[in-house]
Design a protein around this ligand. Structure first.
Ligand code: GLC
Length: 659
């Protein structure tokens, strides 16, 4: 059962696609305090809180405070409250009650989940205008309530985005591969090492001076020919698109946007001048239907050159500075000149200079034309990246009506999950971020972001070979499986390391798992189910509710990745008897049935632990170096008290759009 309540006059987000009548009366479970613009609920000792999509910290969100205010912040440390996403759906669950809550409003919302008071969850709003959906059972059949709640929620927000099957291959990225020759070398080295690969990503330097929908023709002469050369080798090039459009005379996207009046403007009607990679830019008003359709059509420039996948970036939007704010800062700096900077003035000065980028005041400087109204950006901030990706997604339906196009974004809001996946932004090559990746996946599944993953190996900071081995050993299970790293950091293409053979076997295992991963992904997308889940979504025992570093993937398996340095094994909790598979390669593994309870299990670098659930089956294919060669025809089945007939394999041509 879903009930929708409306407080005030919320701005429509288009995240919910089903018509649900508004229920009048009090919101169940919560107490309202319009004075402090908050909702409260008392938490029982046993209540667990799962969800909120891409955030920091663990699977159970209890004990911290999270703010939905999409942020371009590359330091995903435990003290942060906001990352790139606003996915305001969570469930509160215990033996005595289970219900879901979706808060639909595009502005800033804060979820204090037992941070101020351990037994209280407070949701506070900058503007007290929102829709709240309360979702609860009973559900038909034997469905566990918590799963029923998620499924019901997903049924109102529309089907998750489905990428082409090749997007389940392994992708190599780097900021940046600067020339066609460099990209070719990456492909060659992978092929020489025999490591499967389906995608190479192009970061901002493929463009001509960071202008969207251009290609630097010195670095990539005859781009179309190059795209086709790579495609003939079975490798898809996936270029980045940024939110800001460079201000430059003669640049068609800029000139057209000005002429048609599609860029965001300030109160006085002047176009906002901000800066990102290209220096000064304008932001398209993705919230305006016409501007969105116009920007979406621009992807055609690259589609026409054979490109069939993209990643949308800097769409919170990230702002290095605005001209207006910069001027204010320079004026202020004058005041500090010749001053004896004391404790107060020094820190004020430091803050002034250090907060030029992504400055709060800048998000209040410009407006959108949204659904016939002029709305200040900060009121709809969390919809910006969503609508950039929607621009692309809607355009792909027009421009490529038959075939799926790969699309994922950095910033997101619920609703965007219909148009693309996400990657979890600029993580670091830290062991704690491998754990974070493990913990984020179930919450993303809950919110419909099935095609997602993190930068494997870590984006910022220097990776180490053992971290990369462990991260790849987890990444082989995430739908988006991309190794990406920042400029200036240690290069982390797999062929650069001593353990190249181990890497090869790990990536091959991914390709062997493809029929399973694709089947489970498709079933989850088509049935509004989760792909990754915390153990307690399946098992009722107390311990399962507390496991933060193991997760279920699809119907058959549980994962327990090793995520600590210098450890060659780990403790694993089994909620029931399971068959443990220790893979050294897709065709080299031991099997052992382990009884319910705690076990210390060995997993050396390069080894992967998979636990097959009772009555379930894990199909394995013969791996190939490209996804399109992996066939689901002669599968091998690892079964635990089941046989191959117990597994529902999903197959299709992997490219036609699913209507
Ligand atoms: C942002 C993206 C990162 C990309 C970089 C350069 O930091 O999150 O993935 O490599 O910009 O485009």
């Amino acid at each position: 059962m879903i009930r929708k309540f409306r407080i005030g006059n919320p701005i429509e987000t288009d995240s919910v696609v089903k018509d649900i009548e508004i229920t009048n009366g009090e919101i169940p479970y919560f107490k309202e305090d319009a004075g402090t613009k908050s909702l409260f609920i008392e938490l029982d000792q046993e209540d667990k809180v799962f969800g909120l999509g891409e955030t920091i910290r663990g699977m159970n969100k209890r004990g911290w405070i999270y703010t939905s205010n999409n942020a371009d912040d590359p330091n995903h440390t435990e003290d942060k409250r906001s990352l790139y996403a606003s996915q305001n759906f969570f469930v509160i669950t215990s033996k005595s009650r289970t219900f879901g809550v979706y808060i639909d409003t595009p502005g800033t919302v804060t979820f204090d989940i037992g941070y101020s008071k351990f037994n209280e969850l407070t949701i506070s709003f900058e503007d007290y205008d929102f829709d709240i959906y309360i979702i609860e059972g009973p559900f038909e059949g034997e469905e566990k309530e918590v799963k029923g709640v998620v499924k019901e929620f997903r049924s109102i927000i529309g089907r998750s985005y489905i990428p082409p099957r090749w997007a389940f291959g392994y992708g190599q990225s780097r900021w940046s591969y600067f020339t066609a020759a460099e990209v070719r070398e990456v492909a060659d080295k992978y092929d020489e090492a025999g490591i499967p690969l389906d995608m190479i990503y192009l970061d901002i330097d493929y463009m001509e001076r960071y202008k969207d929908f251009t290609v630097d023709d010195k670095a990539f002469p005859d781009f179309k020919e190059f795209v086709s050369e790579m495609k003939n080798r079975g490798i898809h090039l996936v270029p980045i698109i940024d939110a800001g459009v460079k201000i430059e005379d003669g640049y068609d996207v800029y000139e057209e946007g000005v002429e048609k009046d599609y860029f965001v403007k300030k109160e006085d009607g002047e176009r906002l001048v901000a800066a990102v990679w290209p220096g000064r830019v304008h932001f398209p008003d993705f919230l305006n239907d016409e501007a969105r359709a116009w920007f979406g059509n621009k992807y055609k420039v690259l589609l026409d050159q054979g490109i069939d996948g993209f990643w949308n970036d800097m769409n919170e939007p990230a702002i290095f500075y605005t001209e207006d704010h910069l001027k204010e800062v320079f004026d202020k700096i004058e005041e500090y000149k010749d001053k004896n900077l004391d404790i107060n003035s020094f820190f004020a000065f430091k803050d002034l200079v250090g907060s030029i980028d992504n400055n709060d005041s800048d998000y209040k400087r410009f407006y959108h034309e949204y659904k016939g109204q002029k709305i200040r950006h900060d009121k709809v901030h969390n919809l910006f990246g969503y609508n950039m990706t929607r621009a692309a997604g809607e355009a792909f339906e027009r421009l490529s009506p038959d075939e799926r196009i790969l699309m994922f974004s950095r910033s997101s809001y619920i609703g965007m999950h219909r148009y693309g996946g996400i990657w979890c932004g600029d993580n670091k090559s830290w062991w704690s971020h491998l754990l974070l990746n493990i913990q984020q996946m179930p919450a993303l599944s809950m919110c419909g972001f099935l095609y997602s993953g993190a930068d494997v190996g870590g984006f910022g900071a220097d990776t180490t070979e053992d971290l990369l081995l462990r991260w790849i050993a987890f990444g082989i299970f995430t739908p988006l499986f991309r190794n990406h790293s920042a400029m200036g950091t240690r290069k982390q293409e797999l062929y650069r390391f001593e353990s190249v053979d181990k890497f090869k076997k790990l990536v091959e295992l991914r390709y062997a798992l493809l029929p399973y991963l694709y089947s489970e992904f498709m079933k989850a997308a088509l049935r509004d189910e989760m792909l990754f889940a915390p153990l307690s979504f399946e098992y009722d025992d107390e311990r399962s509710g507390e496991v933060e570093d193991q997760l279920l993937l699809g119907e058959s398996i549980m994962l327990a990745p090793v995520y600590k340095q210098n450890e060659t094994g780990r403790y694993v909790y089994l909620p029931e008897d399971m068959k443990m598979i220790r893979f050294r390669a897709y065709d080299d593994y031991d099997e052992e049935v382990l009884s319910a309870g705690d076990h210390y299990v060995k997993a050396d670098l390069g080894e992967v632990l998979v636990f097959v659930r009772k009555g379930h089956v894990l199909p394995l294919a013969k791996p190939e170096n490209r996804t399109d060669k992996v066939s689901a025809d002669s599968l091998k089945y690892i079964c635990y008290e089941a046989d191959s007939d117990n597994y529902e394999l999903y197959t299709d041509d992997g490219i036609s759009r699913i209507k």
